[in-house]
Design a protein around this ligand. Structure first.
Ligand SMILES: N[C@@H](CCC(=O)N[C@@H](CS)C(=O)NCC(=O)O)C(=O)O
Length: 205
């Protein structure tokens, strides 16, 4: 059975949500955030100390969007090579972390996670603007379509949609455009999202 290491609301929610959407069996290791402080024994499993961490037989994976990609391949949540929308699917999948989540991690770190004397309000403000500016493609796509790729719910919606959910957790969702807000509501209403999101206690920061 696959094993997944997860912290509530962290990027590992992408992997957990995909497992739930696909109805796959898994063993969950629930950790408090950040694992390097609360579960130092985890460093022996994943030296990076980050979540997600996925084991599937000989497979070891640490990148949330690559895990979603891996789990969805060959299922209805993928857009296969040769099908219309395949490269959109890939692009949204990887935009999810590299473009959308990256600025949010700076907001989280410099407004909440660092000790008060190390916080940087200017960094948090700048990367809040950066995040909203990086939503331009998402906003434009959702003016014309309900889902990001191939006009149906896919793994790309999990990868990119998690960043919108994180915006809500961080208090950044007020700036979302109406169509993007409605998309986030569609995503978080999904039973698989709700099952995945029920694990663990919210981050206390
Ligand atoms: N690019 C990786 C980033 C993984 C990552 O940094 N995860 C964060 C949680 S969202 C983490 O575990 N941080 C703990 C730490 O840095 O100690 C991904 O998409 O999964």
């Amino acid at each position: 059975m696959m094993e997944l290491w997860h912290c509530k609301d962290s990027r590992s929610l992408r992997a957990l949500w995909a497992l739930e959407e696909l109805g796959l069996p898994y063993q969950l290791h629930l950790l408090r955030f950040p694992p390097r402080l609360h579960a130092p024994e985890f460093l022996a499993v994943n030296p990076l100390g980050t979540v997600p961490y996925l084991i599937d037989g000989v497979v070891r994976m640490t990148e949330s969007c690559a895990i979603v990609h891996y789990l969805c391949e060959g299922t209805d949540l993928a857009v296969p090579r040769g099908a219309p929308g395949h490269t959109d699917w890939l692009n949204w999948m990887y935009q999810g972390d590299a473009t959308l989540t990256f600025p949010q991690t700076l907001v989280l770190r410099y407004s909440r996670l660092e000790a008060p004397e190390r916080r940087q309000p200017q960094v948090a403000e700048d990367y809040t603007h950066w995040f909203h500016a990086r939503l331009k493609m998402v906003n434009a796509r959702l003016e014309q379509a309900e889902w990001l790729a191939a006009d149906r719910f896919t793994g790309a919606d999990i990868a990119a949609g998690y960043a919108l959910y994180l915006a809500q957790v961080l208090g950044l969702a007020e700036g979302l455009k109406p169509q993007t807000r409605a998309y986030l509501d569609r995503l978080t209403a999904r039973p698989a999202f709700q099952r995945a999101n029920a694990f663990g206690q919210p981050l206390k920061v």
